[in-house]
Unconditional design. Sequence first.
Length: 682
Amino acid sequence: MANNLAEVYKESADKFGTKPAFWYKNASKDYQALTYRELYDDGLALSEALIDLGVKAREHVGVLADNRMEWIVADCAVILAGAANVPRGSDITDSEIVHILTHSGAKVVFIENDKVYEKYKNNKSQIKGIKHVIIMDKDSKLKTGAGLVHFRELIEKGRSLRAKGKKETEKRVADIKPDDLFTLIYTSGTTGMPKGVMLMHSNMIHQMHYVVPKVARVTSEDRMLSILPVWHIFERVVEYFAIINGGSTYYTKVTDLRNDIQKARPTFMASAPRVWESIYNGIYTRINDPKQTPPVRRFLFKVAYFFSKHYHAAVRFLKGLEVDYEGRNILVSLGQGSIALVKWILTAPFVVSILATGLGYYLSTMGSGLATLAYVIAGLGLLFNAFTLDRIVLAKIRQATGGHLRATLSGGGALQKHVDAFFMDIGITVLEGYGMTETGPVISVRTFERPIMGSVGDIVQLSEVQIRDDAGHVLCHIDDKRNILSGKIGVKGVVHIRGPQVMKGYYKNPETTAKTIVDGWMNTGDIGMINYKRTLTLTGRAKDTIVLLGGENVEPVPIENKIDESPYIRQSMVVGQDQKVLGSIIVPDFDALNAWAKDNGIPDAKPEQMILNPKVIDFYKKEVRNFNSVKTGFKNFEQVQYVLLVTKPFEVGDELTNLMKMKRHIITEKYKDRILELYKNS
């Protein structure tokens, strides 16, 4: 059993050898395999070359690149060298590239291609410490020399060193300690500058040995599709658990997903909710398009899905897999159980088949006038045979996911209920989980045995969760065996986690670390409760960070600070948790607004009427864009798309704390209906 990630790479190479580990696209856009042995051998050679370049044990190595074969080889090499990588995607901003590379103390950085290198070069004068740059793209036009080297050239140099007897890598691996870092991931910070999350080998080994076997059930026959940014810890853990179990991972990107999902035919896939929503919408678009789906097929789908939906809902309840937020008494449970049993009987495919065939036979005995109807009903009976129904209807729907997908792992945000239910009802198990970068990442997750919808699953092994109120009092304390150690079920509060997956801390930031982790307990900043099935349900955010449907983390404070520079805006609060894009609740400066309205021919009106005026709303959208754009330093997903105008200022004792900080969950709750309407109508 591996004790660190370096040993995971070695053991997998020894065990799975020539089996494909990763599939990447060649110049012809066809998938080409990198075997487990090739991955490890390339990693060994590159590690030896890195050590020769001067990379020391426990140093940090930058990796600025997206999902590609060279990324996983670089990851293997850095880990084998006893160092920790500092990853970020190619969309890194100028301020981030300066801060991350300088703050981490990296002396060596991998850069994906010439375009990203140009960004690095433009900020080079502000970046301290980098001595060597390694360009990954084999088609790079950059010339080597003066601290710049190409990826493949460095691997060949490492091979040469090892052929001459250099074996420094093995010494480094033998010296890796459980609390050594394997990665330093910079997440968004409330001041605009990212914080460095220190994740240890022990964090990931906990996930490999105690989370993966319980949850994923991945084997060497499984095929995975990699679409999330590889520098995110969610994607990292999924790739590692494919490696440790011998699965094959196919690299893709959002624009190629539809084609690549048919090429890879994944059996297991992890992604953010937005991808599952996109697949769901794609299915319904095709079904409702007469050019793609004839009326007969559309009818068959609707009938098949109707029965499948009610059948699976009944089965979930009867198996005890229906979430319970209120603690139903036995009489209510018996009543609902009876209804579920009736639904199961009436919608079970083989029961419908028997009833319809029987009815058809009965009608046929009552005279020739009913013979046609009898044949139709009998035919429907055959159609609803358990095997026929699935094969001719639902199996076709599953082709949208490649036709072989048995389960999905969803994380990085809340999965919408109707999307969750749809995949479960067509026969694809949804394992929704919950975690964060600081917990490496999994805190809780549904399992095949307990895929309880309406929750993010059971607490993972060797971990505990507490639900606390704003004063820090424990409302509920549950362990990994679903024992309630104190408090009571069904009470909302802030989620705290203690377990071996919790980070070492924030790099060079002991103050924030001390506030976040107290006596081993980490404050997640999420609001949730332990429901009566003793799984975790999330209900909102207490901390500032907003997680969009695509898994992007957004810190609202820098956005709000910039928006509030507008003379027409008194206060603002960015919203968008589990939505595709950001919105903002805005309290106008009504003196300035009234002056603008007068200049633009808008008649005098009360504030309650003014905030509903379409011209006023459009004006505020434009005003927000003036301060919140790429030009002012914000990425596309950090830009506010919708505005919600309110009349009441945020005040101390209500929406604000005594220190004038916004009570985000209070404000969100107060305007929740209008926020839902905002996204519904936009």
